[in-house]
Design a protein around this ligand. Structure first.
Ligand SMILES: [Zn+2]
Length: 446
């Protein structure tokens, strides 16, 4: 049985020798869900693609505050698992430089960046705090501006590398802060590295597709490109009951030139692997066929996993990773970013697994030994059971099908859209960025 009538397009050729349903991590699934993945794309055992991995030095050492759910330490945990599994041997690893102020201002207001760059934890609160939305969710912590420059520099370096055609896939787990607004902090995000990276890609790519699988709506990225037909945004998220950020309704489809170039997939609590992955593949395959992007940016927020501290979905790491594998299978230049994720042991498991998926490497379920073994007790397994079914699934087959049909209708409008020409490219910020890429991004020691 194929859930949601997902049918692979005959025009998209993917190797079929290995499927997701072969995964030993799918033991608990009912037989009916297995068929869903029979058409899943496959990653060859030894991928020929070139993968670039960006890990800014010290990015995991910042602290939002003891009680704050955003823990940059999850990046250190992730990196340790990536190294422990030997995945760095499959990639070119870079220690990128921090973004400059000018680069942040490619998207953000000058006044906002000025505030961000000068405020400190000891600054006496003033009118700017509320103007720029600095409150509980977005505290001012030690090194905040450097943290922002650090993860943004990595996304930017990754985007440059992709634009130059010298890598097929670029990964920055420290990026993906999708709520940041032009002149306002929001939802633990200060600088929107995604928008800045997409702006860089747009200098060389006619059309860029943005996909967001964080449990929260990718509002900052959607807003930035709401009027654009060169960036299509697609967000899968929980919607309703005042769930943050309260945007992302099915009816939000873009405006002006950007009308029909924005899709939202609003979901309810407790969605399971079969429902999510089935809908994801159906929507994304048609979107990619129709929009024909030159490159894809995939935000992999891990708060859509089961048992997330702030989330309410039931996704397994295998299913989350299957979405990544599916997008990789299209063979387009791909920028992979992190995002939310608040049960940090599972965030690290998820992103390490997805690094293996992207490099086409099979890794064992037993986690490698790292200085952080205690975090992964007692099982020390990669594919930890994430309380499947803990949250009652409020999405029915009928409700998901209704969303799918509406999105297919919306995508039909794109067939009539004028073809997007390469517009005149803006002059590059520093000029000669290819050279800058070589100089500015140190190769990390393996
Ligand atoms: Zn989130």
């Amino acid at each position: 049985m194929v859930v949601l009538d997902y049918q692979p397009s005959p025009s998209l050729h993917r190797p079929q020798s290995e499927t997701f349903s072969d995964s030993p991590f799918w033991d608990n699934s009912p037989a009916s869900t297995l068929a869903l993945f029979e058409d899943a794309p496959n990653v060859q055992a030894h991928s020929r693609e070139k993968i670039s991995y960006y890990f800014p030095k010290g990015v995991g050492e910042y602290h939002y505050g003891m009680l704050h759910p955003m823990k940059p330490a999850r990046l250190t945990l992730t990196n340790r698992l990536v190294l422990g599994y030997g995945l760095h041997e499959k990639m070119e690893c870079y220690t990128p430089r921090s973004a400059t102020r000018e680069e942040l201002e490619e998207f953000h207001d000058q006044e906002y960046v000025e505030f961000l760059s000068t405020v400190t934890p000891s600054t006496v609160p003033n009118a700017s705090f509320s103007r720029f939305n600095f409150a509980d969710d977005c505290p001012i912590f030690e090194g905040m501006y450097d943290f922002c420059r650090s993860y943004t520099g990595a996304s930017l370096a990754a985007a440059r590398k992709l634009a130059s055609g010298t890598t097929d896939i670029a990964i920055n787990w420290s990026g993906g802060l999708h709520h940041g607004k032009k002149g306002e902090a929001s939802g633990f995000c200060y600088i929107n590295d995604i928008v800045i990276a997409i702006l860089q890609l747009l200098r060389y790519h006619a059309r860029v597709l943005y996909i967001d699988i964080d449990i929260h709506h990718g509002d900052g990225v959607q807003e930035a490109f709401y009027n654009s037909n060169r960036v299509m945004t697609v967000s899968f998220h929980k919607y309703g009951n005042d769930f943050f950020p309260c945007t992302g309704a099915l009816s939000e489809v873009g405006m002006g030139l950007g009308k029909h170039f924005c899709l939202n997939v609003p979901l309810q609590d407790g969605i399971d692997d079969a429902g999510y992955v089935g809908l994801f593949k159906s929507v994304m395959e048609r979107t990619i066929e129709t929009f024909r992007p030159a490159s894809i940016v995939l935000q992999c927020g891990a708060d859509s996993l089961g048992l997330d501290r702030l989330g309410c979905f039931n996704l397994s790491i295998a299913a989350h990773g299957e979405c990544v594998r599916f997008i990789k299978s299209f063979g387009l230049p791909l920028l992979v970013l992190g995002g939310g994720g608040y049960t940090i042991r599972n965030v690290a498991r998820c992103w390490a697994y997805e690094t293996s998926v992207l490099t086409g490497t099979t890794i064992p379920d037993a986690l490698p030994s790292t200085p952080y073994d205690d975090f992964f007790q007692p099982s020390r397994r990669l594919h930890e059971t994430l309380g499947a079914g803990r949250v009652e699934n409020q999405n029915t087959k009928a409700s998901l099908e209704k969303i799918r049909v509406k999105i297919m209708e919306e995508l039909r409008y794109l067939h009539g859209a004028p073809s997007v020409q390469m517009q005149e490219l803006p002059p590059d910020l520093a000029g000669g960025w290819l050279e800058e890429d070589k100089v500015g991004d140190e190769r990390a020691d393996k």
